[in-house]
Design a protein around this ligand. Structure first.
Ligand code: GDP
Length: 225
């Protein structure tokens, strides 16, 4: 990682994408994105062939806020101050070109055990049985780094052979040096996971960091004509 005085977010994100890729991402996300449906079991998931990108992470990681920042829609995904409230898999259709899939947040200690079991099964079934799923964005809170439940999610993704991109959220909460250490730690850890992408995206939905890079990353997977 270059040792310049630039903010770490600039260094890590900007080196990955060129202007043409960023433009492609920007254009895709100007299209309308609409809520399609919520599923509580695999019988309810939509029968489409649209390429899917799923968002996963511990509850309160900032997943809804990130989806809203990506799509420019303030209330598309429901943010909540009550962690673990969203139990369904929510599907958002981005102009028929990409399906954004909001998976239920995991790791909420106060959730009833039966509920945890139910939604673990749902996530596992979804990850294992969805041919059109091209990428999982695995969100990790920059302040805390990966926790045990994140490691379990990584192991599940490795087993399911679903490629995933680790995305640090809330990077505005960390000083440059701490963030740099966090990124190094995650890169080191993710290199041991077969399905993990070899770079980390650093985001702040609050400040807007990394959003256009994530758009570019996802646009590269979408069917554009
Ligand atoms: P979810 O449970 O993963 O969907 O998390 P939410 O999107 O509801 O966010 C949880 C909390 O984190 C809320 O209070 C958000 O305002 C806050 N949050 C989300 N993104 C950011 C961010 O980029 N920076 C900061 N500082 N806080 C954030």
């Amino acid at each position: 990682m270059p040792s310049t005085k630039l903010p770490v977010t600039e260094i890590t994100n900007k080196t990955i994408f060129d202007e043409a890729q960023l433009e492609k991402g920007r254009l895709l996300f100007t299209k309308s994105c609409n809520f399609l449906l919520s599923a509580t079991n695999m019988n309810q998931v939509p029968e489409t062939e649209i390429v899917e990108i799923a968002f996963a992470g511990r509850s309160n990681v900032g997943k809804s806020t990130l989806i809203n920042a990506l799509t420019g829609r303030k209330t598309l995904a429901r943010t909540s101050n009550t962690p673990g409230r969203t139990r369904q898999v929510n599907f958002f259709d981005l102009d028929g070109r990409l399906m954004l899939v909001d998976l239920p947040g995991y790791g909420y200690a106060r959730a009833p055990k039966t509920e945890i079991a139910e939604w673990t099964v749902l996530i596992e079934d979804y990850l294992r049985g969805r041919a059109q799923l091209r990428r999982v964005c695995l969100l990790v809170d920059a302040r805390h780094g990966p926790k045990e439940t994140d490691r379990q999610a990584m192991a599940l993704l490795d087993q399911s052979a679903v490629p995933y991109q680790i995305i640090l959220t809330k990077c505005d909460k960390l000083k440059n040096e701490k963030l740099q250490d966090r990124i190094k730690g995650i890169l080191n850890e993710s290199s041991k996971h077969t399905a993990a992408h070899p770079h980390v995206l650093v985001t702040s939905s609050r400040k807007g960091n990394g959003i256009s890079e994530l758009q570019a990353h996802l646009a590269a997977l979408a069917v554009l004509d």
